[in-house]
Design a protein around this ligand. Structure first.
Ligand code: SF4
Length: 193
């Protein structure tokens, strides 16, 4: 068979399923490649945090679990035993590994001051102090105990909360509990808790 290098790469990219124009079955080779990728890795079952479909995922980590060793995520894929997705993931879920390993991931709180045109890094202590200060001040100023008809409502109309799609379900659960305890009624998050 007359096969150029480009043809071979094309076939390899498409392949993996069964017999190909090359005349032999690439499936075992692909299976072996996958095995090598996750060899010695620890398999952990989890749930994709990106939306309320809640697909099951398998997360593979490398690390010998010794003290001071941080496990490294090496592969994420759909869980074939999960009743919701049966091994499939949408494009967003397929990129889950990059939610964990991403050089652009923010590791510090940031704030954009009134009138400023840029965000600045602040410490966690400063962020917590400022959030506490402004939440208390705003809630005290806008809390509504009764509506115009005299019915008890106990709601805070001056604060809104929204959770991003990369927040975990657990984070969203806690955030919703915290917001409801403050009486906040304008809240939404991707997990639809
Ligand atoms: S894989 Fe896609 S559909 Fe499934 S939970 Fe994640 S974002 Fe939702």
């Amino acid at each position: 068979m007359n096969l150029t290098r480009r043809d071979f790469l094309k076939v390899s990219a498409i392949g993996g399923a069964t017999a190909t124009v090359l005349g032999f079955d690439l499936a075992p080779a692909y299976a072996q490649m996958r095995e090598l990728k996750i060899a010695r890795a620890t398999e952990t079952r989890s749930t994709c945090p990106y939306c309320s479909v809640s697909c099951g995922v398998l997360i593979y980590t490398l690390g010998d679990k010794a003290k001071n060793v941080t496990a490294q995520v090496v592969h994420v894929e759909g869980d074939p035993d999960h009743p919701i997705n049966r091994g499939t993931l949408c494009p967003k879920g397929s990129s889950l590994q990059q939610d964990i390993l991403n050089p652009r991931r923010l590791m510090k709180p940031q704030v954009r001051r009134p009138g400023s045109d840029h965000w600045e890094d602040i410490s966690w202590n400063t962020a917590l102090d400022e959030i506490g200060h402004w939440v208390k001040k705003t809630r005290d100023a806008t809390f509504v105990e009764q509506d115009p008809q005299g019915r008890t409502v106990n709601r805070c109309e001056g604060i809104a909360f929204t959770g991003g799609c990369t927040d975990t379900n657990e984070f969203n659960f806690l955030a919703v509990k915290a917001m409801r305890s403050l009486g906040v009624c304008y809240l939404e998050n991707q997990a639809r808790v």
